[in-house]
Design a protein around this ligand. Sequence first.
Ligand SMILES: Nc1ncnc2c1ncn2[C@@H]1O[C@H](COP(=O)(O)OP(=O)(O)OP(=O)(O)O)[C@@H](O)[C@H]1O
Ligand SMILES: [Mg+2]
Length: 249
Amino acid sequence: MSETALLVRDLIAGYEPGVPIVRGASINVHQGEIVVVLGPNGAGKSSFIKAIAGLVPVSGGTVLLDGRDITAAPAHTMVRLGLAFVPQTENVFPLMSVEDNLKVACGILKPREIPGRIAEMYATFPDLARHRRIAAGNLSGGQRQMLAVARALIVHPKVLVLDEPSAGLSPKFVSMVFEMLTEIRKGGVTILLVEQNAKAALAIGDRAYVLVEGKDRHEGVASELWNDPVVAELYLGQRPAHTKSGGAA
Ligand SMILES: Nc1ncnc2c1ncn2[C@@H]1O[C@H](COP(=O)(O)OP(=O)(O)OP(=O)(O)O)[C@@H](O)[C@H]1O
Ligand SMILES: [Mg+2]
């Protein structure tokens, strides 16, 4: 359980030369873990995981996947390297059917593997099977996230990286998404997750990091971080005393 799946050291990244948004952030994610990245708005959480996934230019630091240096590898090569990224928005093709969305996500699979793999996704996500002919744009928010995750999983990634999969969902779908992530982890996939929904994310996570101004400022066991007063007040802007157990924060 202690083998490192993803190791990020002193990552520096940004959209324009000389303007770093990610400023020396380090995390490690062990095999089979769910690790959560929290932090205030604009802290650079999305930029951080996009930089890991090759979507934001990196100017320093390293990213190792299973010990292999994948720093700044082009985004389209990441899937082959074993890292799948689910962006917060625009993560499905809205005019295409559910089934076609899955098919076009199979790029690196051998053609003969594709039907079986789609069937496996339908077995894992029966809701998608029921809606296979429906355009993705007509799915509910929760089903759309399910499709986005299935599209990422279909090529057997080692590490699944997600940006706010619960954003904009009603509480029912929020729980559905977090249950789905727990199931995916049971299947052996390592998960790195950025979330605003700190309470729900910490409830399913093993460990978490708090990112502030592009740097990891705090790290801990997920269940303990929720009760950490420094984290709650300074970084998350929430007080644990407000919340009851279960559900969304
Ligand atoms: N495409 C972009 N081009 C230039 N600057 C960007 C771009 N995307 C984000 N930024 C800037 O990077 C900084 C960090 O943004 P980022 O979206 O990474 O933060 P975040 O922690 O994910 O915030 P949120 O909680 O709102 O999702 C912000 O100052 C933002 O304006
Ligand atoms: Mg973000």
